[in-house]
Design a protein around this ligand. Structure first.
Ligand code: PEP
Ligand code: CO
Length: 456
């Protein structure tokens, strides 16, 4: 029997943040307040995403999911929200125009406020302090590292304001016009090899596809006491009924985001995180890192996808360029299990390295190598790579990852343009380069042996 709190009977690998004794009562009252506030996303929106993800599972769409590694409350700001939505729309449009494959846009935004860390504390200037666990728990400022329950309420309100503006922007054709402007340069791209007239046709089709489909939200499902407070009956009175409303009683969804994923550190079969997400109607993701065991992965799928629903589960491989060959046996095991999952490639988290100066960075070349091998492995298994998952910022000034055309090199990493509070992100130009290169790879794949089942 699953309830929104059965995860409490399981081990939450490392991620049980404890508030100090004098804050426990207040933490409980913040959680109870959250449980009474209106949902951030509704069952009908989640159903809409489920429909689109079914198309992804059938090889008819591709997910582009991106945003900051650690979203901050300060990112809830007019320009930064608009710039993130615009970047996601631009890269999706570039990809769609080049390949003629429609996209599902998912932001790592409006709630990506919790971060998993190795270990609970770190030493700063000789003092042992709690690590930064994301704005939902504590502040990056060393003087405010003590977990503060009020931040959970702040997370709700910042996510709500961000989402409110995202919803308005997604229906604003001006965002798509500026996104369209970015696609002008694809017309000159020699890899396209398609007539200008068919570009115009595609532009019309994919523009209207973007206008009819929202930009969905997502974050890592990490702090379960917080997520539990957002767990609601799948269909609430007064809301538009989801397609399968008649079978709703006893079913729940998480109302803090359309899509939630479980991280590579917390995806244990008998762990609290897998227990929590198995009861949700939302589509859910599982990060698949190099320590993933194929049998365990299939056992997890049996738990979280008992009805074999196409697109219910997104497996997000993040093996790194060096370990990407492990993907083949995992794809095969999942195929044999008959769970109709979506495979998505996160080329960021398996390719993090230190510069000589001791700063975390990632190379575009390694990311592209992982994506290229991933596409090739899926092709060999007659499987569809259904998405790309990136850590990005629309900030042109940011220098955190190295490489790209005339892109930054190691010696430039670590100055004032290194702004991330967690992992290194691709800047705008690097993100667009990845989108173009991935579009080229999908086009080539189609030309080579037509495994692409989409409308190309
Ligand atoms: C992340 O997506 O920010 C993350 C921590 O990823 P992973 O769980 O794959 O390490
Ligand atoms: Co990250």
């Amino acid at each position: 029997m699953w309830t929104p709190s059965t995860w409490r009977g399981k081990t939450a690998n490392l991620y049980t943040i404890e508030y100090s004794d004098n804050k426990q009562v207040h933490a409980r009252s913040c959680l109870s307040k959250l449980a009474h506030l209106p949902p951030l996303v509704t069952p009908s929106e989640v159903s809409h995403l489920r429909v689109l993800l079914k198309e992804v599972a059938l090889g008819q769409r591709v997910i582009w999911q991106c945003g900051d590694c650690a979203e901050l409350f300060d990112h809830c700001e007019t320009t930064y929200i608009a710039d993130r939505v615009r970047l996601l729309s631009q890269l999706s449009l570039v990809f769609s125009l080049a390949t003629n494959i429609p996209v599902v846009r998912i932001g790592r935004m409006a709630g990506q406020y919790g971060k998993p860390r190795n270990g609970l504390t770190e030493e700063i200037n000789g003092t042992e302090l709690p690590k930064f666990y994301g704005d939902v728990i504590n502040s990056f400022e060393p003087s405010r590292r003590e977990p503060d329950p009020d931040r959970m309420l702040l997370a709700y309100f910042h996510a709500g304001c961000t989402l409110n503006y995202m919803r308005a922007l997604a229906r604003d054709s001006r965002i798509h016009e500026t996104a369209g402007a970015a696609t002008n340069f694809t017309r000159e791209g020699s890899f396209l090899g398609i007539e200008c007239s068919s570009i115009t046709e595609r532009q019309k089709y994919h523009h209207s596809d973007q206008l009819t489909n929202p930009v969905f939200t997502s974050h890592e499902c990490l702090f379960l006491h917080y997520e539990q407070a957002f767990t609601r009956p799948w269909w609430q009175p007064g809301e538009p009924a989801p397609a399968d409303a008649e079978s709703a009683p006893g079913r729940f969804y998480n109302s803090s985001a359309h899509f939630l994923w479980v991280g590579d550190k917390t995806r244990q079969l008998d762990g609290a995180h897998v227990e929590y997400i198995r009861g949700l109607q939302n589509p859910v993701g599982i990060k698949v890192g190099p320590s993933t065991n194929a049998d365990e992965l299939v056992d997890i799928l049996n738990l979280i996808d008992p009805h074999y629903e196409p697109g219910k589960v997104v497996l997000i491989s993040r093996l790194g360029q060096r370990n990407v060959s492990q993907l083949g046996p995992l794809v095969r095991a999942v195929q044999e299990s008959r769970h109709p999952v979506i495979w998505q490639c996160d080329p960021m988290h398996g390719n993090t390295r230190m510069t000589d100066g001791g700063i975390r960075t990632r190379d575009l070349a390694s990311m592209l190598a992982e994506i290229t091998s991933t596409i090739e492995i899926h092709r060999q298994h007659n499987s569809w790579l259904g998405g790309i998952h990136l850590e990005t910022t629309p900030d042109e000034d940011v220098v955190e990852c190295v490489g790209g055309i005339n892109g930054p090199q190691d010696k430039e990493i670590g100055g004032f343009r290194y702004k991330t509070k967690c992992d290194p992100r691709l800047n705008r130009k690097q993100t667009m380069e990845i989108a173009l290169e991935v579009a080229r790879l999908y086009t080539e794949l189609h030309r080579r042996d037509r495994v692409c089942r989409a409308r190309m």
